[in-house]
Design a protein around this ligand. Structure first.
Ligand SMILES: [Zn+2]
Ligand SMILES: [Zn+2]
Length: 495
């Protein structure tokens, strides 16, 4: 698509080539040619298409992502209800993708759409659709008023730690500030959000909960629909997109399609892959929220780099909601276990531990350093008549297997680090074989240990790290957990 510049009531504007009917025809250019396209004033006589506004409000979309005719988009632009900008622009002397903020990989190519032999595209965000020098990005900051009042229907009781954190969340939302809620595994971090979210919704603020994992999106949607009956929630994750409402639960990647929209941005598991290593995700968060908005980070294991940020307010919940201390991992030396596995054998100390747990009818969640190792260990377990299943990140049946494990149809579940977060199984015993491996960082081990003792009926849990040499990460994880328990005890929050 190419555009020509024109004037409308003394305001400069652009018109798509295919909508131009007067002659002689002007010169047409790719949209990137226009250095600035100021928004046109709102024409109050014009009646915007409600579904178009609902679809586009707060978002930042390519032409192909908008199921509306070009003519209709143009009419809304002309009447001030949507804005257009070039997908690629020069910002501070650097050619930049306006959607993902990348100014690195923007190669040139011969483009059929704008007929230029030197069009440019963004390689960084191409997986979400191709942004080029000739693609317009559409956005709308026009928000239709909603009259719905949403009330919180939750009658649970917050623990002392949750109460403090909940108040901090409310304050951050009221004052548009940032806060990190550092909540130990099993402290009930979602409940900490309820009162703050109720406050935001009563003020018609737009809210986003962003999480690195699709599983969490799917789990949070029904939970929040339950406590906020009548609320329309838009779940967004790869391959699934719905018209946006003012309450969005999204994977961090999908935020790329928003622009200056959210008043409240909650970043769940801020330390988790990929937010911590992919700086463009941080760009998406900044682009998606309003300049004046609140930012709430949640995690059980913040990184040191993250904690070093200036002026970051941190509120810790060192205790679990049920008031029992966190299970502290015990270290068990197993020698060169890899060699044994290669020979189809298991260390005796491991067999004894498994036998004890099975005898006590505890489901066993068993972590291994790699996908390959889960497969290997499965076959060794099979030959020892230890009934088990394995799951890993590329496993399509993962959800089903976890369900079977939960129903106690599978006594032992072998896993790569994929299940280190989020999974809650009553009365589970947790083991790591090969805890010395580099994949088991301090935060991974803290998360893994956090799987045990989560239920109020079984608040104690066995966490055993089988290793071939203690690592700093193992020692740090043990120290981390003990410190949280001490802090909870000092506050009088332990039963
Ligand atoms: Zn990009
Ligand atoms: Zn082009």
């Amino acid at each position: 698509m190419r555009f020509a510049s024109d004037m409308l009531n003394h305001h400069p504007m652009i018109v798509p080539e295919t909508l131009y009917w007067s002659s002689p025809l002007p010169q047409f250019y790719p949209i990137g040619h226009f250095s600035s396209i100021p928004p046109l004033p709102i024409n109050k006589q014009f009646k915007p298409n409600r579904s178009l506004i609902d679809f586009l409000s707060g978002r930042h979309l390519l032409r192909d992502e908008l199921p509306f005719p070009l003519y209709e988009l143009h009419t809304h632009y002309v009447n001030g209800y949507l804005q257009i900008e070039p997908g690629i622009q020069t910002i501070n002397g650097k050619v930049t993708c306006m959607r993902c903020g990348s100014h690195r990989s923007l190669p040139t190519f011969s483009c059929a759409r704008c007929q230029s032999p030197n069009c440019q595209y963004c390689r960084n965000c191409i997986i979400m659709g191709k942004v080029t020098f000739c693609s317009p990005l559409y956005s709308s900051n026009y928000k239709q008023k909603r009259e719905e009042t949403i009330t919180l229907q939750w009658h649970g009781k917050l623990s002392e730690g949750q109460k403090e954190a909940s108040n901090a969340v409310i304050r951050a939302i009221q004052t548009n500030q940032s806060v990190l809620i550092w909540a130990v595994c099993g402290s009930g971090k979602t409940e900490v959000l309820f009162h703050g979210l109720a406050h935001a919704l009563s003020e018609h603020k737009s809210v986003c909960i962003a999480t690195p994992r699709t599983d969490v999106v799917l789990e949070l949607v029904p939970r929040l629909e339950n406590v906020f009956p009548g609320l329309t929630i838009s779940p967004l994750y790869g391959g699934h997109s719905v018209p946006s409402s003012s309450f969005v639960i999204s994977t961090t990647h999908q935020l790329i399609r928003y622009k200056e929209y959210f008043d409240v941005m909650v970043i769940d598991e801020v330390d988790a892959f990929p937010y911590n290593i992919d700086s463009s995700l941080q760009h998406h968060v900044e682009k998606a929220r309003k300049r004046s908005s609140s930012l709430i980070y949640l995690t059980a294991t913040p990184s040191e780099v993250f904690l070093k940020q200036e002026n970051l307010k941190v509120v810790r919940i060192p205790s679990r909601y049920h008031g029992s201390p966190l299970p502290v991992p015990t270290f068990k030396w197993v020698g060169n276990w890899r060699k044994k596995i290669d020979r189809g054998k298991l260390p005796q100390i491991l067999i004894d531990w498994i036998t004890r747990q099975l005898g006590a009818e505890k489901p066993i969640l068993f972590f291994l350093p790699s996908i390959k190792m889960t497969e290997k260990v499965k076959s060794v377990f099979d030959s020892h008549q230890l009934s088990c299943e394995f799951v890993h990140s590329e496993d399509e049946d993962r959800a089903e297997k976890v369900l079977q494990f939960r129903r106690k149809e599978i006594p032992i579940l072998l896993s790569s680090t994929i299940l280190e977060r989020g999974i809650t199984i009553e009365n589970v015993a947790v083991a790591v074989l090969g805890a010395e491996d580099d994949v088991f960082t301090e935060s991974a081990l803290v998360q893994i240990a956090g799987r045990a003792g989560r239920s109020a009926s079984f608040p104690e849990g066995d966490v055993s790290l089988f290793h071939y040499g203690k690592t700093n990460a193992m020692i740090a994880a043990g120290r981390h957990i003990r410190k949280m328990n001490q802090e909870a005890k000092a506050k009088g929050w332990l039963k």
